[in-house]
Design a protein around this ligand. Structure first.
Ligand code: MG
Length: 263
């Protein structure tokens, strides 16, 4: 049942920083470990151990029956790749890791795409770079008085200017005690539409962009979403809070990353 868009108090947002920091740490550690030869199952175990060492809970594990603490998606896999001991990374792979942590009953959710082995081709690196630019364009619009459509349109504009496909079936989302709260935050939209952004709203922005066409499908495993044409995809995500001082990133380890200067 929809409860509408919740706002969090300043004290609650302070608490959410811990879940965000732990999520960011799990993401950084797994991305750093994503070298040729390692399997996505090993990365999953590393993420779970990192999260549990912080006395937090891997949010994804068991979510809707998901068998992993991370989603690990390689090349044409867009999102929701299931970690597997048979899925080994190779140099030049484009890997997306999505990971969430629950701490003190608050959730943090973040994702990043990286090249494996430091040999990603120029096109793949451009895809990752533009996806990150799209995320930060969206974040820059997450200010009180704007509408959700402004955030979505900003993300979509960056993707379209770069000629990249947008995943339209999957979206960002409100974050709080639950990983997926209202509203949905699509990666395309119309400025001035949607709910008004208010101080205390917390949500994840997560552009998922593709080098090729926009058709996607779910693999027979029921989870992994792939591009139909086999082109590669990237996803970069932060959980952010709308504050009177502007958009604040919750999923970061370092205070220097807290307030984006990409406005
Ligand atoms: Mg998310």
């Amino acid at each position: 049942m929809s409860r509408g868009i919740q706002t969090k108090t300043p004290a609650e947002i302070e608490q959410m920083k811990d879940a965000g920091r732990i999520s960011a740490k799990a993401l950084r550690v797994t991305c750093e470990a994503a070298r040729p030869g390692i399997t996505t199952k090993e990365l999953d175990e590393l993420a779970e151990a990192t999260i549990r060492a912080e006395k937090a809970i891997p949010t994804f594990l068991g979510y809707g029956g998901f068998k992993g603490s991370i989603c690990a998606s390689i090349n044409e896999e867009i999102v929701h790749g299931i970690p597997s001991p048979r899925m080994k990374l190779y140099a030049g792979d484009l890997l997306t890791i999505d990971v969430g942590a629950t701490f003190n009953d608050w959730v943090g959710d973040n994702a990043n795409s990286v090249g494996v082995g430091g040999v990603l081709d120029e096109e793949g690196q451009r895809l990752i770079d533009v996806t990150r630019q799209a995320l930060y364009a969206g974040i820059a619009h997450a200010v009180p008085g704007n509408h959700f459509g402004d955030v979505s349109a900003a993300v979509g504009a960056v993707a379209e200017a770069a000629g990249l496909g947008i995943v339209r079936e999957y979206t960002g989302h409100g974050v709080g005690h639950e990983m997926h709260e209202d509203p949905s935050v699509p990666n395309y939209g119309t400025p001035g539409t949607g709910a008004l952004l208010k101080v205390g709203m917390v949500f994840a922005i997560e552009p998922m962009l593709m080098l090729g066409g926009e058709r996607v499908k779910v693999r027979p495993d029921g989870w992994c979403v792939v591009t139909v044409d086999g082109s590669r995809a990237a996803q970069v995500e932060h959980t952010i809070a709308v504050t009177a001082d502007g958009p604040m990133i919750l999923t970061c380890e370092d205070e220097s990353d807290r307030w984006p200067d990409h406005v």
